[in-house]
Design a protein around this ligand. Structure first.
Ligand code: F6R
Length: 242
């Protein structure tokens, strides 16, 4: 693991944007793994600005998102498909047909998971995977106790994750308790992994991921096994490192 500690969230986003810009300039047909949540928003904003300024193009890019709520179709405002369209895809020159998010409205979610894995393999695998981290150490929706070699599958969300994400849902709005998520094994197959985290509410998870044992109790600790994992954090998220 390479650990990069920066002053604040703005620097973290810019550092992440530099990594993605370099990747696209090296390989215009890159296969990107993308994430949702609050953390990547500033990075996506930076990528939109750089794309508009002509610094790189997404025309040849294919993307695969980590996860989606099971039970929400892509038009639902809280779906991760909607998040990706509104936060990134609608503002860059990517071909929407080359953007993949696990189908939250799949009639047969189990076979949809297998198909998602097959599609990633067909495209040649993910070149660079963006990750955030949950306060409980989850990556994607791989909650604590997830198998470290798991593949894309249906996963139940923990109460901690449901509570953390309740802020995105209205008081009377249905909030799913199930997801489709890439597995930890799927994530580890990416050629490069970039995890971003900011704020002191992530400090315990960051400490466990970097300094704790390799354990399913902290799914992100699996990144200790990855040969090219870059962890980009601000001083607040780094505050519990010894
Ligand atoms: C999102 C995802 C999650 C988030 C994590 C952190 O696609 O897979 O693992 O990265 O829950 O979320 P934020 O960034 O909102 O703190």
């Amino acid at each position: 693991m390479q650990i990069v500690i920066l002053n604040d969230a703005t620097e973290v986003a810019a550092y992440g944007a530099d990594i993605f810009t370099a990747q696209l300039n090296k390989n215009a047909n890159s296969i990107l793994g993308l994430a949702t949540g609050s953390t990547p928003v500033a990075l996506y904003q930076a990528l939109i600005e750089r794309n508009k300024a002509g610094e790189m193009s997404f025309k040849g890019v294919t993307s695969f998102n980590l996860d989606e709520y099971l039970g929400l179709d892509g038009s639902h405002l809280q779906s991760y498909r909607h998040f990706m369209n509104s936060q990134l895809f609608d503002h860059i020159d990517i071909d929407n047909a080359n953007t993949f998010v696990p189908p939250g409205d799949a009639k047969n979610p189990i076979s949809a998971c297998h198909e998602y894995e097959e599609k990633i393999a067909q495209k040649g695998g993910i070149d660079i995977q963006l990750l955030g981290i949950g306060r409980n150490g989850h990556i994607g929706f791989n909650e604590p106790s997830s198998g470290l070699t798991s593949r894309t599958r249906v996963k139940t969300l923990t109460k901690a994750t449901i509570d953390d994400n309740a802020r995105f849902f209205g008081a009377d709005e249905y909030q799913p308790h199930l997801s489709i998520t890439m597995g930890i094994g799927t994530i580890l197959d990416a050629k490069k992994v970039v995890l971003l985290a900011t704020g002191d509410n992530k400090a315990d998870a960051i400490q466990a991921m970097i300094e704790g044992p390799l354990t399913a109790a902290c799914p992100a600790s699996a990144l200790q096994m990855h040969r090219d994992a870059v962890i980009v954090i601000d001083t607040a998220a780094a505050s519990k490192l010894k």
